[in-house]
Ligand binder design. Structure first.
Ligand code: GTP
Ligand code: MG
Length: 311
């Protein structure tokens, strides 16, 4: 008996294919397309596909424009041609922030890094990885348990500090995170620390009271040391897609984020949103979390990013 698929079934089936397969399905579908370039329907399909994959409006349109132009010139004859085009176009999206991907350093005194993000995205693990990275450079690192809110958060950071062999500043659960920040900034100066990294409670970006708490932390840090915090690093969960764009916008409005860390990048090819954020907010993606171990932190590399997104 013939089996009929609803539109929803077909949509679900399409979603099961990788993004790259879906792009190829449209752009390299038949000889006609390869000879004459993309027709209007295929162009619309591709645009839709890239937008659904959170590439952002600007990047999606410029990729499709470039595909159309190259197609007309007969330059899109193979999968390699198509892949090279995507690689080039995605690289272009990250060009405006290309010189800004290194972590900011303080010209004198400790470098202060405030790590923020929604709960569960990977804030605390990323802090441990960062500390490990600085230690490998021979830097003295101090951690501060600014998440006084979630049960067990202080102990979690304490365990990391013990493993890393670095100092930790903490107060009791429920304490004012700004007071922890003050203590930590003072200790960093008096102990001759190179890098102070502050944990914060993961919070929903929609909770304005909690966002104000972060603003207060930055004020305290700035008062204690000129130019601090030198880095406000927003951790985003690579598996969350579109929602990360809203998070970035609201955190940036409140705090002036200086860089992004894409955590859990190993588990997904869905982090197209980094393009949208760079395009819309001009924020550089600085680091990428690729696993749960201390070593699993990489500098952001647009080429590796493309390979993952188009895996
Ligand atoms: N695969 C993978 N897992 C990660 C990565 N980063 C963090 N995780 C895992 O994500 C989970 C949450 O990590 P945490 O660092 O506790 O997240 P958080 O944002 O501090 O969470 P809260 O403090 O509860 O808000 C843990 O199981 C981590 O091991 C990553 O880059 N890759
Ligand atoms: Mg945490």
């Amino acid at each position: 008996m013939a089996k009929f698929f609803s539109k929803k079934d077909i949509k679900e089936q399409r979603k099961k294919k990788s993004l790259w397969t879906r792009i190829k399905d449209v752009a390299l579908m038949d000889v006609d397309v390869m000879v004459k370039g993309l027709d209007t329907a295929s162009i619309e399909d591709l645009e839709q596909l890239l937008l659904e994959s959170d590439f952002g409006v600007g990047p999606s349109l410029s990729i499709v424009d470039s595909l159309t132009a190259e197609g007309k010139k007969g330059k899109l004859r193979s999968e390699d041609d198509l892949h090279n085009l995507f690689r080039r176009e995605i690289r272009r999206v990250f060009e405006p922030t290309a010189g800004k991907t290194a972590l900011n350093r303080s010209p004198s005194g400790p470098t202060v890094i405030l790590v923020v993000g929604v709960n569960g995205v990977g804030n605390t693990t990323s802090i441990a990885k960062l500390a490990h990275r600085f230690q490998a450079e021979g830097k003295r690192v101090l951690l501060a348990a600014g998440d006084t809110y979630r049960a067990g958060a202080i102990e979690q950071l304490e365990r990391w500090a013990a493993r890393l062999g670095c100092d930790l500043i903490k107060q009791q659960a429920g304490a004012d995170p700004a007071a922890v920040a003050y203590d930590a900034a003072s200790a960093a100066v008096s102990r001759g620390i190179d890098v102070l990294i502050l944990d914060t409670a993961g919070r929903l970006h929609t909770k304005s009271g909690l966002m104000e708490e972060l603003v207060k932390m930055t004020r305290v840090l700035a008062k204690r040391q000129e130019g601090a915090p030198h880095e406000v690093l927003l951790v985003l969960d690579s598996t969350l897609g579109q929602n990360s764009i809203n998070q970035a916008r609201i955190f940036h409005e409140k705090l002036t984020v200086t860089g992004l860390l894409l955590a859990k990048f190993d588990g997904t090819s869905k982090a197209g949103f980094a393009m949208a954020i760079t395009e819309q907010l001009g924020l550089p993606t600085k680091l990428v979390g690729v696993g749960e171990k201390l070593e699993d932190l990489e500098e952001f590399d647009p080429d590796r990013y493309v390979d993952k997104i188009l895996a």
